[in-house]
Design a protein. Structure first.
Length: 51
C-alpha cells in the first residue's frame, strides 16, 4: 500500500529524472546542476527504500 508520502516522493523522483534527462540533452550541460539534481534524486531514492 502506498502512502501519500511515498506517492509524493515517487513524483519528485520522476520530476528529477526528467530534469536530469533534459539537462543532459542540452548542447553544454551544466555539470554543477546535473550533480545537484542527481544528489537530490539519490536522497529521494534512499528515502523511498526506507519506507
Amino acid at each position: 500500500m502506498q502512502t501519500a508520502h511515498h506517492s509524493a516522493l515517487s513524483a519528485k523522483h520522476a520530476v528529477l529524472d526528467r530534469q536530469i534527462a533534459a539537462e543532459t540533452q542540452r548542447p553544454l550541460p551544466d555539470t554543477a546542476t546535473l550533480a545537484a539534481l542527481k544528489k537530490q534524486k539519490l536522497r529521494i531514492k534512499q528515502e523511498l527504500a526506507q519506507i
